[in-house]
Design a protein around this ligand. Structure first.
Ligand code: SF4
Length: 87
């Protein structure tokens, strides 16, 4: 039987790489960061959270998918033959 406290927390650390609060830093010694906990680390921030608190991160929020559709060409119909620098 699982206790109430255990069932309220996830069974494993969330994947920071798909979390809205994860970011990459410019610091080569601490390239991964979490904006919620204000930490920079070598490993995934969720592992640091677990090591420090004994609980898995409760703040995970899946980031929204990026819209990768191409924007329309500026002022053009979208074809390659509509003028441009070399016309
Ligand atoms: S909020 Fe949690 S899951 Fe998201 S980046 Fe921070 S530690 Fe990772």
């Amino acid at each position: 039987m699982v206790s109430t406290e255990e069932s309220a927390s996830p069974s494993r650390a969330p994947d920071c790489l798909v979390c809205a609060y994860f970011r990459v830093t410019w610091d080569p010694d601490f390239p991964r960061a979490c904006d919620v906990f204000g930490i920079k680390t070598r490993q995934l921030p969720s592992l640091e959270v677990f090591a420090a608190t004994g609980r898995h991160c409760p703040a995970f929020e899946r980031k929204l998918p990026v819209d990768r559709t191409r924007p329309p060409a500026p002022g053009g119909s979208g074809s390659d033959d509509d003028g441009g620098l070399w016309a």
